[in-house]
Design a protein around this ligand. Structure first.
Ligand code: PLP
Length: 435
């Protein structure tokens, strides 16, 4: 029987033959970009596809293949690649003047849209990325509490310099983090109580994203709220991805009000963006009209293109009703995948919630990062290659992010490609997982 390595080699061989222009582009980019790359997550073996055009939920690569785009810019691509309302908003903003170095009407409008939407945000400040938003939120917590330790979770991703894939990462900013295990209610409660009065903040992704799109269970999230209140620690919800879940993010869904919320990804309509917000009392520290205020800087915090695109995105397109409908449609798709895997008796599972999905090689939902086996990880490159070869673009780690322009036919294409994968490799998958 074919081994996993042989299957991956074979798939990569077919990929190589199908993509000579992407291969050449990758090679030539190595001269001025290390490894031809300026964002590590976009690299995969043998080389990544170079994209040249996007339309709706589809992308076209240099060799002329058309894909249904489930990478969805790792969730920032909620609006797809060519929404006319976003394009018109950006055009209008640019016509009005780029980089004005002054307040504009756009950030005021976008701030209102976000504050009316998310229960934990009375007031908001903008920045340029999710990483930045989290650095600001953590710093805010430190200044508010006078404490300098933080609690985060193993497997969490809060930005390029705040990530804990296998514990702390050498690239991280030198903030003092204590780590706990995601969805471990009892253990985490003990840790928070033990460090209690030294902890400035607990920062949590309501769905552990890069760690496998693992939803935080309700009891765990409620415990975080309760125990942080006991110890005077701030609770930060990193909703940079999950704000797209339903009309008010996961905080709306769970009925939990965090002290600080961070946003990013899609709130700028697909353009560079980030934001952090909380109660009016907390955010008043950033009020420049008050004595002793904290100086929140950032040349491009209110850049007109992102702010205008964000206004169209959050005001006209992703209305609360659209967010509700999209959640139901996406959850229906996710459940249909799990029905298909179950019917085929293959150990695969579409983890996640709504439009945030990751395929795991397991017959059960993944509830914590340590549920992810070495076998599961070793099968991912094969799934990735085969999906690309079927014209279904997914993240190399197995994530699928749905976008608003996706139609039933896009979703069927992904389901059919997964079904074909199962039919071809079921025995191999069983063998790898049993080994
Ligand atoms: C949950 C979460 N937090 C923070 C970030 C960092 O956002 P950015 O890449 O905009 O810095 C990401 C990005 O993937 C994320 O998924």
């Amino acid at each position: 029987m074919e081994t996993l390595n042989q299957a991956i080699e074979d798939a990569r061989g077919r990929y190589l033959s199908a993509n000579p222009l992407s291969m050449a582009a990758d090679k030539s980019a190595e001269r001025y970009l290390p490894g031809g790359n300026t964002r590590t997550v976009l690299h995969y073996e043998p080389f990544p596809l170079t994209m040249v055009a996007g339309e709706g939920a589809e992308l076209v690569d240099l060799d002329g293949h058309r894909y249904v785009d489930f990478v969805g810019e790792y969730s920032a691509g909620l609006f797809g690649h060519s929404d006319e309302r976003i394009k018109a908003a950006v055009r209008e903003a640019m016509e009005g003047g780029i980089s004005m170095g002054a307040p504009t009407t756009y950030e005021r409008k976008l701030a209102e849209l976000l504050c009316l939407r998310f229960p934990g945000i009375d007031q908001v400040r903008f920045c340029n990325s999710g990483t930045e938003a989290n650095i600001w939120a953590l710093t805010t917590a430190r200044l508010l509490t006078g404490r300098s330790k933080y609690l985060a979770f193993r497997g969490a991703y809060h930005g390029g310099v705040i990530k804990f894939p296998h514990g702390a990462c050498p690239l991280n900013i030198p903030f003092d983090f204590v780590l706990a295990n995601y969805n471990n209610t009892r253990g985490t409660k003990e840790i928070i109580r033990r460090w209690g009065h030294q902890l400035a903040a607990v920062i949590v992704e309501p769905i552990l994203g890069a760690g496998g799109n693992i939803p935080g269970n309700k009891a765990f999230m409620e415990m975080l709220r309760q125990v942080t209140e006991e110890t005077g620690t701030l609770l930060i919800f990193d909703e940079i991805k999950t704000a797209r879940i339903g009309p008010a993010g996961t905080q709306g869904l769970l009925g939990i009000k965090p002290d600080l919320t961070t946003l990013g990804k899609f709130i700028g309509g697909g353009l560079t963006s980030g934001a952090f917000g909380g109660s009016a009392e907390v955010m008043a520290h950033y009020n420049p009209k008050l004595k002793g205020n904290w100086n929140h800087a950032g040349t491009f915090n209110n850049n007109v293109c992102s702010m205008a695109a964000g206004c169209a995105a959050m005001g006209e397109i992703y209305t609360p009703q659209r967010a509700t409908d999209f959640f139901e449609q996406s959850e229906g798709f996710r459940l249909s995948l799990n029905e298909m895997f179950a019917a085929k008796e293959v150990p695969m599972y579409a983890n996640g919630m709504g439009s945030i999905i990751a395929i795991h090689f397991s017959s059960k939902p993944t509830k914590k990062p340590s549920d992810i086996t070495a076998g599961c990880q070793s099968l991912r490159p094969l799934l990735h290659m085969e999906m690309l070869l079927e014209g279904v673009l997914i993240c190399s780690r197995g994530d699928f992010f749905l976008s608003l322009p996706m139609t039933e036919s896009h979703l069927s294409r992904a389901r059919d490609a997964l079904e074909k994968f199962v039919d071809r490799y079921k025995q191999l998958i069983l063998g790898v997982l049993e080994a």
